[in-house]
Design a protein around this ligand. Structure first.
Ligand code: NAP
Length: 501
């Protein structure tokens, strides 16, 4: 069986970034496993029309790999995908990568002090496992009465069926989140009729996306320090939003007024406007950016369905008021499963229990990265590390440095393994929950930030620089270390079987 020092799962921003950082630290003994056929992670999975990031381009890249030629102020999906592919090539990650290789099971083996990993293409062992599988690529498929009976075409936005030509079709889009508001304006003109099924109206702010002139791109290429300065400015400006989100929602009043003003300007029909007006605090769900959403909804060939769906029939959808609408295609823009990620069912720790069994619906970690009872495991973009206001790449880079610190700590201590002290995890999570209790994300709306137990296991409750500061150093005192095995024992076959704790 192949053995490697570090196995990284997932070739999105987290996995590619960690691979690059290992390379930069002259560590060559690692593999990057990716179930898809390409790099890119969520930007590979999501190819729906209009797919674009709502974080400015200048902020949405690795700090160690600036990109001067973003074509738009907010990066397009295809440009981000190409950026990640390019990073993988440029930094020599490709030879370490196995595409089309899905992790099926990974169990910590206390005897050999290795992760025993089973994949769709074979088995391997690794001393350290980095799970960088993201939150936003596994579709959430809602249970809607009759959906399985539907005889037309139907797909989730993260599995967009590009063979389906929507021209002249009657289409229903379920959901009005960040994905739907990008899809709907793009497909509206093509389709004959569009039904948008809204459960909760989102808060929508005007979008200021624009092309980046070539002269600016050239300037950034010639003067990278200038782009770094702009990046720092954008980052600082966005940090100020945390004050409103995490501390005092009254500071978001300006955003609310801007959102209401756009709705008034763009939707003249008072009844439609009423149905589009959110009834919860701005920020509770992700705030959306679009200047095209309301005009699309107010178009002649679009109908907004509110008040729920009664059922889906073979060729139609039936709204709660009993009206039946014939449709050819249903597009599920219903989001993802961030608090029940598939990977959590496949990673098994000291007690032989999976992460999912350990979490019982409420993911918990320490610094969003390590979990008690799961030695030598780093989770990237793990529990309570999500942001609503800034770039997740910044958080991921913080986690990468923390993981590198963990690898260094193992070496310096002559240890085989580290395991987080349960009391460190408990204290950290008590702090997270206490801080989140007063935040806008916990102010009463339903969102994907809340897990099935109603606990907010998704959001980071502070400034990103606080997360950076807390992850700068691998705080060994929060961990128990297992001294290195004598070499003779280490040579034992790794398939000796799982030893229960
Ligand atoms: P989402 O925010 O979870 O939205 C899912 C939508 O589906 C919501 O409107 C939800 O309604 C609705 N829905 C769920 N179950 C339903 C049901 N049974 N019946 C009717 N409607 C149902 O998912 P998303 O829009 O894919 O976005 C997920 C996240 O991905 C975003 O928050 C963001 O972090 C990221 N994203 C970012 C961008 C970007 O950068 N621009 C673009 C896309 C996605 P409720 O609101 O009532 O739950």
């Amino acid at each position: 069986m192949n053995d490697t020092d570090v196995a990284i799962i997932g070739a999105g921003f987290g996995g590619v970034g960690m691979a690059i950082r290992l390379k930069q630290e002259d560590r060559d003994d690692f593999v990057l496993l990716e179930r898809g056929g390409d790099f890119g992670g969520t930007w590979r999975a999501n190819t729906y029309p209009g797919c674009q990031c709502d974080i400015p381009s200048n902020l949405y890249s690795f700090s160690f790999a600036p990109k001067s030629d973003w074509t738009r102020a907010y990066p397009l999906q295809e440009d981000i995908l190409e950026y990640l592919r390019d990073c993988a090539r440029r930094f020599g990650i490709v030879p370490h990568t196995q595409l089309g290789c899905e992790l099926l099971d990974a169990a910590w083996e206390p005897r050999s002090r290795r992760w025993e990993i089973e994949t769709s293409t074979g088995r391997l062992t690794a001393r350290v496992l980095v799970s960088a599988t993201g939150m936003l690529s596994e579709p959430y498929l809602p249970r809607i009465a009759g959906l399985e009976r539907f005889a037309g075409t139907s797909f989730h936005t993260a599995r967009w069926d590009h063979d389906q030509d929507l021209t002249g079709r009657r289409v229903a889009v379920f959901g009005t989140g960040a994905t739907a508001i990008q899809v709907v304006p793009r497909i509206r003109e093509r389709v004959e009729r569009l039904y948008v099924v809204q459960r909760t109206p989102p808060w929508v702010l005007p979008h200021v996306d624009r092309p980046v002139p070539e002269s600016r791109q050239q300037l950034y290429a010639r003067a990278p320090w200038l782009q770094r300065g702009v990046r720092a400015g954008v980052w600082a400006l966005r940090e100020s939003i945390v004050l409103g989100m995490a501390h005092d929602a009254r500071m978001l009043k300006g955003h609310e007024l801007a959102a209401r003003a756009m709705l008034r300007r763009q939707v003249k029909d008072p009844e439609l406007r009423r149905r589009l007006t959110p009834t919860y605090a701005l920020g509770c769900k992700r705030v959306l950016l679009s200047s095209e959403w309301y005009p699309a909804i107010a178009s002649e060939n679009v109908e907004l369905i509110t008040g729920g769906l009664r059922e889906v029939r073979e060729h139609s959808i039936v709204s709660a008021d009993g009206r039946e609408h014939e449709v050819d295609t249903i597009i599920l823009a219903t989001g993802f499963t961030p608090s029940d990620p598939p990977i959590a069912h496949r990673l098994r720790g000291l007690a032989g229990r999976s992460l999912s069994e350990t979490w019982r619906g409420s993911p918990q970690a320490y610094l969003g990265t390590t979990v008690a009872g799961f030695p030598n495991l780093f989770l990237f973009y793990g529990p309570n590390s999500n942001l609503g206001h800034s770039s997740i790449v910044y958080m991921l880079e913080s986690q990468m440095e923390y993981a590198l610190g963990g690898l260094r700590a193992l070496r310096e201590r002559g240890a085989d393994a580290f395991d987080l002290r349960p009391e460190a995890q408990a204290a950290y999570n008590a702090e997270m929950q206490a801080r989140l209790a007063g935040s806008v994300w916990n102010s009463g709306c339903g969102s994907w930030y809340l897990d099935r137990n109603g606990r907010n296991s998704i959001m980071w409750p502070g400034f990103t620089f606080e997360f950076r500061r807390r992850t700068r150093r691998f705080d060994s005192e929060a961990y128990r270390f297992t001294p290195r095995l004598p070499a003779a024992l280490e040579a034992e076959p790794a398939d000796a079987g799982l030893v229960p704790a």
